[in-house]
Design a protein around this ligand. Structure first.
Ligand code: ZN
Length: 144
């Protein structure tokens, strides 16, 4: 088994088990992200305690790539500050565009599973959807 197989298992596991697919009680923000190319419509819900992201979830419909990307992202950002989460979103986007170095990519933990998605152009938007939604939320709250 090579590393790519391990990573695709992570993607499969999250898309099947839907660990983070639920509504939060009293979320601080809900934001819809959609990818008309594929039909993905995923709403991200986040709960903050001052600067920390204490909880997160997603609802809606999407393909295996978009939903598992959202789920893995939520696991990664829980307990992080808004600034840390924004940095992770930028690293993820940079990883897909092949614009960041390996050292930074390690910070993405399980989300590194999507590294090779750039070889499948049709699925890139699916993988990026939740991360762009997260970035949008964090930029909005930062400007408040
Ligand atoms: Zn999709």
């Amino acid at each position: 088994m090579n590393l790519n197989d391990v990573y695709s298992e992570v993607i499969l596991e999250h898309s099947q088990n839907k660990f983070n697919k639920k509504h939060l009680e009293n979320p601080d923000v809900c934001k819809l992200g959609s990818n008309p190319n594929c039909g993905d419509e995923i709403t991200l819900e986040l709960k903050f305690d001052k600067d920390i992201i204490v909880d997160g979830s997603y609802t809606g419909q999407g393909c295996a790539i978009s939903t598992s990307s959202a789920s893995i992202m939520i696991d990664l950002i829980k307990g992080k500050t808004k600034a840390e989460a924004l940095e992770l979103a930028n690293i993820f986007i940079g990883m897909i565009k092949k614009e960041v170095d390996e050292e930074k990519i390690e910070k993405l933990e399980d989300a590194q599973a999507f590294k090779n998605i750039s070889n499948m152009p049709a699925r890139v938007k699916c993988a990026l959807l939740a991360w762009y939604t997260l970035k949008g939320i964090l930029e909005e709250v930062a400007n408040k």
